[in-house]
Ligand binder design. Structure first.
Ligand code: ZN
Length: 242
């Protein structure tokens, strides 16, 4: 392999067809997101097609020509095909991938590790929506918009926390509360949990699905508002489905 070649390993998080049989493929690796042109992969005879399937874990050899990278060889390691049989799994993986690609185009090692956990969840190791809520919270932290969940965002007391104000960026105490709804202790505890939980405990606590769905929706709206984004395909699908 000469210096114009690159060897990468990671998860396919986007595969956009173009032309008659080509595609642009984006791969989440430990070092960030790498995109390349994959020629001929839509042809039935393509040897590289399976490595470029959405959410496949593969190794890719690329050659660099000018401003573009081109796939020269792809080797499938794991197809994660269980995903395709389950609408919930497809929705969550679509939502997470879209959120990473939109808001963290450089990605990070932390996000890669979270995606490894997501694939374990997809393969049945843990409850899907609970982990999705954690993943979205961690993406928000990586974006630099992590909520203040250690105490009241206004007066910093840790006592009598009763609500959250996303526009203010954190929890709200009884004294500082204005128009915010009073939230249940379970909701507040869970919101704090998804921001604070560390890697060793990702699979420790199952969040009831209605609460996980509510948190995912609130966090996606919060993130979209930070960037003034309105149109996200999988995000809208999530809101319509759940
Ligand atoms: Zn306060």
């Amino acid at each position: 392999m000469n210096s114009d070649n690159q060897l990468v390993k990671g998860y396919v998080i986007r595969n956009v067809p173009y032309g008659e049989s080509d595609a642009i493929v984006s791969v989440l690796t430990e070092e960030g997101i790498i995109s390349f042109k994959a020629r001929g992969i839509k042809k039935i005879t393509s040897k590289n097609a399976s490595s470029c399937l959405l959410y496949a874990f593969s190794e890719f050899e690329c050659t660099i020509k000018g401003n573009y990278k081109y796939l020269t060889r792809g080797s499938l390691i794991s197809s994660n095909y269980q995903l395709y049989e389950d609408i919930d799994k497809m929705c969550i993986c679509g939502l997470v991938s879209e959120t990473i690609l939109t808001f963290l185009p450089e990605s990070s090692k932390q996000i890669y590790i979270l995606f490894e956990y997501l694939m374990r969840v997809v393969n049945g190791e843990f409850e899907l929506f609970s982990f999705a809520a954690i993943f979205i919270a961690k993406i928000i932290v990586e974006c630099g918009y992590g909520l203040d969940v250690d105490g009241c965002v206004k007066c910093h007391t840790k006592n009598k926390i009763v609500s959250v104000n996303y526009a203010e960026g954190g929890l709200i105490c009884y004294k500082c509360r204005e128009n915010e709804n009073i939230e249940s202790p379970l909701y507040l505890k869970t919101l704090r949990y998804i921001f604070k939980v560390d890697e060793e405990n990702y699979f420790h606590h199952v969040i009831e699905k209605p609460l996980a769905v509510r948190l995912i929706k609130e966090l996606m709206n919060y993130l979209k508002n930070q960037y003034d984004y309105r149109k996200l395909v999988f995000c809208e699908m999530f809101f319509e489905t759940y």
